[in-house]
Unconditional design. Structure first.
Length: 290
């Protein structure tokens, strides 16, 4: 068993639908906190789930979700020692409301992820993440951004955001590490040439229970190589087993990559929460993370 040098592990969980009864929401929160405590994973990230249009017909119907700050408060009600990160799609927040919005969040939580809009071609009422970071830096101990390793000029984007004030990034889910390695190598070289300290980057991984889970991730924009899809889809009864094994291999590969790297595990679909928890356990086992 190797001993990896991950800088930390994040567990990303989806807030429940707004039409769930209060007791069901609390039970889901208790389940998440129980997994976190059992695995000693103390950092939980909660996305702000908005209705994305995507490039084609949506694979899974959209359901409005409980506000992620409110769900975060429920989680902290079960365990106040949790380090909870709240995601905010900042371009959707009117500019004159951003400061008060961030101040309100900072009274409850120490970490925030500033997320951009769905399309760079769309005009939004709010600031971009790189503009919004100026408001967030003095309020939160950790300000996260988003990185997408398959995006054009991503290393330059990372450098610009690091210089703007982001001190960590969470990546889009990956199913291969070639693009990650390419971007990170270029990013570290740029940081070195400009005397900038590189940010910690949490690389996102996600298991799947069935074919539709993979298709939904692809609809969300996740790049999945054709050979990986063929492997996962070859036998639908083996999707879960093979996806967990793939995540384990990716985690080991990430652990051999130079840099300030951590792992983020997402469950993506409600039915995958326990699977994601088990995947976290396996990552810790195969990578020697205590």
């Amino acid at each position: 068993m190797r001993v990896c040098n991950f800088k930390g592990i994040i567990f990303t969980v989806i807030p429940p639908p707004v039409d769930w009864e209060d007791e069901k929401v609390k039970r889901k929160a208790f389940e998440i906190v129980s997994i976190s405590n059992m695995l000693n994973v103390r950092t939980i990230n909660i996305p702000e789930v908005i209705e994305e249009k995507g490039g084609k017909g949506r694979v899974v119907p959209y359901k409005p979700k409980v506000d992620n700050t409110e769900f975060g408060k429920i989680l902290k009600g079960f365990d106040g020692s949790l380090d909870i990160i709240i995601d905010k799609v900042v371009p959707l927040i009117p500019k004159d409301l951003l400061e008060d919005t961030l101040l309100s969040i900072s009274k409850e939580f120490k970490g925030i992820t500033l997320v951009g809009g769905e399309s760079s071609k769309k005009v939004y009422p709010g600031f971009s993440p790189s503009e919004a970071v100026n408001f967030a830096r003095g309020l939160f101990s950790k300000v996260y951004g988003i990185t997408i390793f398959t995006r054009k000029n991503e290393a330059e984007r990372l450098l610009a955001k690091t210089k703007a004030g982001f001190n960590a990034f969470i990546s889009q889910i990956i199913f291969e590490t070639e693009n990650m390695r390419k971007v990170l190598k270029e990013y570290y070289n740029l940081c070195s040439s400009e005397g900038v300290k590189p940010a910690t980057i949490y690389v996102s991984l996600a298991p799947a229970s069935k074919k539709k889970d993979i298709e939904f991730m692809e609809w969300l924009g996740v790049y999945i190589p054709e050979d990986i899809k063929r492997y996962l889809f070859e036998d639908e009864r083996l999707v879960e087993k093979r996806s967990i094994e793939l995540v384990e291999r990716l985690a080991l590969d990430i652990s051999t990559t130079e840099g300030e790297l951590g792992i983020n595990v997402e469950h993506v679909m409600y039915n995958n929460l326990q699977v994601a928890g088990y995947t976290l356990h396996r990552i810790k086992e195969v990578c020697g993370w205590k």
